[in-house]
Design a protein around this ligand. Structure first.
Ligand code: SF4
Length: 107
């Protein structure tokens, strides 16, 4: 599994820059630069529909990543093989404002 450091602290799943979701999806099937990827699991903590049970889960350092960014060097059959990645999105209020900064294009 991959170590995930996530700066999208506005996400409901973010716990001290770790993710409490268990698995995330990274999107960007045609991405050729990091800015064209995003965390498809991001959910703004200010959205009214936040699920109560989330607040008690702990952030995990390692996480499964289902990644659609097939042009990335680390992508193998939609699994991320990088030992550690950074998801960025300090002030994000939407998925499109996040990105996988570790993305490295095979192109
Ligand atoms: S490093 Fe590459 S394969 Fe891993 S999550 Fe980021 S974009 Fe996907």
């Amino acid at each position: 599994m991959t170590i995930l450091n996530c700066t999208a602290v506005t996400c409901v799943y973010n716990k001290d820059r770790l993710c409490s979701r268990g698995e995330i999806q990274v999107t960007g099937s045609d991405a050729r630069i990091a800015d064209e990827t995003c965390c498809g699991s991001f959910r703004d903590r200010n959205e009214g529909s936040a699920v109560n049970s989330i607040k008690d889960s702990c952030g995990c350092e390692k996480i499964n990543i289902d990644c659609k960014a097939r042009e990335c060097t680390y992508n193998e059959h939609c699994r991320c093989t990088a030992s550690a990645i950074d998801i960025n999105g300090e002030n994000a209020s939407a998925q499109s404002e996040t990105k996988c900064s570790t993305f490295a294009c095979k192109c």
